[in-house]
Design a protein around this ligand. Sequence first.
Ligand SMILES: NC(=O)c1ccc[n+]([C@@H]2O[C@H](COP(=O)([O-])OP(=O)(O)OC[C@H]3O[C@@H](n4cnc5c(N)ncnc54)[C@H](OP(=O)(O)O)[C@@H]3O)[C@@H](O)[C@H]2O)c1
Length: 338
Amino acid sequence: MDALESDYSSKDRPSIGQEARWVAPPLEWSAWGFLVPSKAHPRKSEHVSMRLRELANSGIRLPEIGFGTWNYRGGVEPLRAAIECGARLIDTAESYGSEEIVGEAIKGRRHQVFLATKVLPRNFRRNDLIAAAERSLRRLGTDHIDLYQLHWPNLAIPIEEPMRGMEELVAAGKVRFIGVSNFSVRDLVSAQAALSTQRIAANQVRYSLIERTIEGGLLEYCQKNGITVIAYSPLATGLANIRAVDPERVLRRVAQASAKSEGQVALNWCISKENVIAIPKASTVAHVMENVGASGWKLQPELAHVLEKRIRYRRRGALEMGARRAVRWGMQKLGRWQ
Ligand SMILES: NC(=O)c1ccc[n+]([C@@H]2O[C@H](COP(=O)([O-])OP(=O)(O)OC[C@H]3O[C@@H](n4cnc5c(N)ncnc54)[C@H](OP(=O)(O)O)[C@@H]3O)[C@@H](O)[C@H]2O)c1
């Protein structure tokens, strides 16, 4: 079945369109070197296919390239293009100021979209969390959130509090899956222990060619425990940041050798990892189309190897992570961290 017909609306059965991939509209290279929707071929023919990846062990298959909306100023068009092209996991947050525009973009298309949003740590008390979810639902113009994520750990509020609220939201049919974001292995273990009927479906964490801290154990933990890793800032918040640590222009050369764009290679590298899907932000239709084209093909292993070895990257160690955690704990105790 063409997964453009996929339906994320059912709460009981897996979404349809369960084949490993779906077909997106055709793309072609523009004079500026971007992939854009082909004018020569209307939207029927088969060109780009989006691979699907199972969310945790839920039976729901998500596109391996989604759409992020932090600092999003693109209006409804790029969002609608993303939905049309199969990037149907849309990520937002109560703190992004983008829930309204997402709500507008998905009007009439809600069933096609897997909607993820987040609650701020300051709203982790059970009552606050439920009230925050209700506000997000109103802004999004929907009756349920597919994936509701704790945005950051709150080290000053016991994890049992938000998880109690989360399970109540699931029981009420307002949330389908519980997710977390920026959680370490330690945070994940206690978060799962605080849940009595649900499992944590996903952990949204920073991951890109130049930010590889999760390879220090978190990625493996999620893979072993069936927790989907949603890679945020997969383009390092902008390709210029990758180029800044890539003086040999390895990314560009790998892109040329693969007949892809640099953005597509950077994203494809992320999703080449087991259990990882990526949510690039794109403010233009051209960027959306290009990013969708990061799915459906495989980077040659030797080229992936060159990317991993020759581009400088950061992998924070346990000591640095511990220090950052201590600072966060202190700020959260003082109420200075959202
Ligand atoms: N959970 C968290 O704590 C957290 C933190 C940060 C982000 N996130 C999520 O992750 C999403 C993505 O991360 P991000 O927004 O930080 O950064 P990102 O997706 O790594 O990079 C976005 C930047 O890349 C550009 N871009 C997009 N497609 C491109 C392409 N094909 N070629 C060249 N440039 C391209 C965008 O430009 P244009 O905008 O001009 O298209 C934008 O400047 C966020 O929007 C948010 O949903 C979550």
